[in-house]
Design a protein around this ligand. Sequence first.
Ligand SMILES: Nc1ncnc2c1ncn2[C@@H]1O[C@H](COP(=O)(O)OP(=O)(O)OP(=O)(O)O)[C@@H](O)[C@H]1O
Length: 927
Amino acid sequence: MLKQGFCAEFLDDNIKDLIKSITVDNASTHVLFRFLNQILDESIDKKDEHAYHTHMARMLKQVVQVIEQRVYAQVENLKDQNNLCSVCSGKYQSRLKVLETLASWSTEEIEVLFSYLKQIKMDKTGIEEKVRLKEKDLTNLKEEKRSLENENSALKRELETLKRIHEEHCLQIETQAKETNQALEKKTHDLECYLMESKKRAKQLESFSESKSEGWKKKEETFQIFLNNHQRALQELRTAYASVKQEVTMTKKRYGEEFYGLGVELEGVVHAADNYHSVLVENRKLYNEVQDLKGNIRVYCRVRPFLPGQCKKLTTVEHIGENGELLVSNPTKPGKDKNRIFKFNKVFGQAASQEEVFLDTRPLIRTVLDGFNVCIFAYGQTGSGKTYTMSGPSISSKEDWGVNYRALHDLFHIAQSRKGSMTYEIGVQMVEIYNEQVRDLLTCHGSQKRLGIWSTTQPNGLAVPDASMHQVTSTEDVLELMNIGLMNRAVSATALNERSSRSHSIITIHVRGVDLESGTLLRGNLHLVDLAGSERVDRSEVTGERLREAQHINKSLSALGDVIFALAQKSQHVPYRNSKLTQVLQSSLGGQAKTLMFVQLNPDPDSYSETLSTLKFAERVSGVELGAAKSNKEGRDIRELVDQVASLKETIAKKDEVIERLQQLKINTNDTKSVRFVSSPRRYSVVGNLRLSPKSPGRKTSQLSDREIDIYSEYGENPYDARSLPPSIDELKRGRRGISAPHSRPKKDLPAKFTEAKAGQNSKDDVELFNFGGSGDSDERISDISDNGLSMGTDSDGSSGNAVENTLFPAGSTEATSPSRVTNSVEATTRLSGNATQAGRFTGTGAIQPMNNNTERRVVTYNLPKPSLKVTQTRLSRLSLHKPGTATSKFQSMTSTTPRKTTTTRGNSALTTRSIRQTGIRTERSF
Ligand SMILES: Nc1ncnc2c1ncn2[C@@H]1O[C@H](COP(=O)(O)OP(=O)(O)OP(=O)(O)O)[C@@H](O)[C@H]1O
C-alpha cells in the first residue's frame, strides 16, 4: 500500500530504502510511525512554499504524534495486557489482533481528521456570517442614534413652547391677584361699615331689653299679688274640701251599710243563680226520668256533613240549640216555609264525632246489662248517614266505629269490670229484612231461608228465633261477625248513595247475666237497627230490581209511620202486622223497651222536603209514650218455681196423653165413622210437618193454631190445595218452594269458631247456654211453623202478650172423631193490621174458609165433639195453676215481659188450652 500510495519522485533515497525494507505485513506500528514521521519531517524540511501544505503537514505531524503517543500508550497497555494474559495464549493472540486492528484504525483517524477540518471550515464560515450580522446591527444602531437625535431636538422645541405658555399664564395670574386684592380691600371696607352699624343696633337692643325687664318686674309683682289671692282661695277650698270629705266619708259609710244590706240580699240571689244551673241539670234529669217513666222514645238528631263535591254554601240547617232545638229553613225558597223549629232530646251537628254520638247513647246501652231491653234505630232518607252512625264508615279504625261496635265493646268492658259480682253471656243475632223477607246475615251455610218472626215479646227476647245466635266473648269476635253480616247485607249503588242499603238490618245482642251473690238472673236485649233509607225513586233513579227494593223499603217505612202514628195517638189498634219491619220492632215499639231513634238529616237544600218530612216523623216519634221500661230479673226463687211449673206441666201433659189415648180407645170401640179431619191426609201431613212431633206429648193433632191458620192464609186461600200449602220446615230450611234468593252475590259464610246457638239447630251446649230451646224439645218449636205463622197479631192496645191467646185449644182427634158431636164454636179474634183484615172459618177439620179478604177479623169456628168437654173439664180443674195467687200465676207475672190479656173466647176448652199453651210457651222459651 505504501509502495503504491507515495510517488517515488517525491521520496528520498533513505526513504525509498526504508520503503523497500518494509513489508507491510511484517512492519511494526512503531516502524510505521517512524516512517510516517520521517515523511512528515521531510515535507516540512523541504519548506515548500505552499504554506498550507506545510501547516497541514505540521498539524498532521502533531496529530500523528498524538496518535503515536496514544498508540504507544495503547501498545503499553497491550503489553500490560499481554503480560496479564500471558498465561492464556489464545487471549493474547486476540489482543494482538485487536492491536492490529487498532493499527489499521490510524488510517481511519486520518479520515476523521479530514472531517474535522471540514467542520472547522464550516465554523469559519459561520463566524464570518456572524461578523456580517454584527455589522448589520451596527448600521441599525447608527440609524437609531440618528432618529434619537431628531427626537431630542423636537423635544427641545416643545420645551421652549411650554416655557413660553407658562410665562403667559404667570402674567395672567398676577393680573388676577391684583384684581382680587382690590376687591378684598373694598369688602373689608364694607364690613367695617357693617360692624359700626351692628354696634349701633346692639346699643339700641340693650336699651330695649332694659325697658322690657322693667316691664317683667312689674308683671312679676302683679302675679305675686295674684298668687297670694289664689293661695288664699286655695286655703278656703281646702277647708271646704275637708268638710266635703267628711261629708263623703259619712255618705260612704252610709252607702257601705246600704251595700252590705244589698250584698246580703244579693248573696241569696247569687246562691240562687249558682243553683240555677244545677237546677237546670236536675230539671233535665228529671225530665229524662219522667220521659223514662212515660217510656218516651228518645230522639237524637244527627246532621250529616256535606260530602266532597257538594256545594257547602247553602244548608237547610240554620241553627242547632244546646237543648236539642233545631231550626231548619229552605234556603232556595226563602219565602215559603221559611223557618221551622223542632225539638229533640239531642241534636248533633255536622262536626259531631262518632265518639260524641256514642257518649250520649252509652247510658241507655248500659242498662242492657241491668236487664232492660233497648232498641236503637236509625231513620232518615237515603244517604243521610244511617249506616255511618250505626256501623261507621270502616271498622279498621276505632275512631270510625259506629254505635254497634262501640256498644258491644262497652258491654264487654263493663261485663269485665263487674266480673267479681256478675257473670255475663252475650249472644249476637244479625238479620235483614229484604223485600219483605227476613233473612239471617250470619247463617253458616249461605242459606237464603226466610225466617219467622215472633211478634210477641218473649222472655228470651228473640224476635226472630230461627236466626242463628252466636256467642261472643270479645270485641274481635263481634268485629268479625259484623263484618260478615255487613258483607252479606244487600247494598247497591243509586244516584243518591254509592252504597245504599237495600234492606233493614237488625243486630240483636242478647245479654244474660247472673248475680253471683243472689243468683238473680238478668236478661237484656239490645236491638240495633239500621233502616234502609226512604227514597224518592225519581231522585234515586232506580229501575228494575232496585225499584222493587225501593218500593218495599218505602212501604215498610210507611208501615212504620202508621205504627208510630197509632202509638202517638194512643190509638186502640196499632197496625204492626202491615210489614215485617214493624213486626220485628213490635217488641221495642210496643213492649217495655227503652227505645232511641237516630234521625239522620242531609243538609243539602235539594233534600229539604225529605228533611222536613223526616223531622215531622221524628217529632211524632218523640211524642210516643211506651210506658216505663222494666228490667228482666228473675230471682233464684222464681227460677225454682219455673222449674216446678215446668215439671208440673210435663206431668199434666203426660196425663192428658193418657186420657186422650183412653178416649181414642173408646172411640175406636164405638166404631164411629171417620170425620173429615182424620180423612184429610194432606192436612195431616201439613199439621204434622208444622206442629206435631213424636216428642210433643201435650200436643194434639187437631190443635191447629191460629199460627197454622196464618200459614194457610199466606200460602193460599184454600187450605186443601196442595200447591198452596206452606212449605214444610225442611223445605223452608232448604230454601225450596219458590222462595227465591234475593241476593245477587253469594253469602259470606261464618268462620267455624262461631258456634251457632240457634234454637232447634243449636248444639246441646248452646241450648243449655242460652236456653233457647226452652224445655229442650226443639222439634216442637212453634217458630218453626213459618214466617207469618208466629206473628199472631196484637191487640188493639198494642200489648203483645196475646199471641198465644189466639192459639186455639184442644179439639183433639178424639174430639173430632166423636160420634155424637156437639158443635162448640169458638171464635178467636186476631187483628192482623190496621186496615186490611182477613178472616177464615175453621171447622173441626181444621180448614179455613176465607170469608172476606179485606176484613181483619179472623173467625175460626171449631166443631168440638161433646166428649171433649170432659177433657176440657179435666183441664179446667188444673187451671188452678194459673189462678192469681198460685205459684204459676206468680211465675207468669214475673217472667212474662208482657201483661197477660184475656181474649174474648167462647167455650171453656178454648180458655183452658190457651192458658196451658201460654204457660207452655213461656216456659219453653225462657232464656
Ligand atoms: N257524619 C258523617 N261524617 C262523614 N261522612 C258521613 C257522615 N254521615 C254519612 N256520611 C257519608 O255519607 C254517605 C252516605 O252515608 P250512609 O251510607 O251511612 O247513608 P245511609 O243513610 O245509610 O244511606 P242508605 O239509606 O242509602 O243506606 C257515605 O259516603 C258516608 O260516608
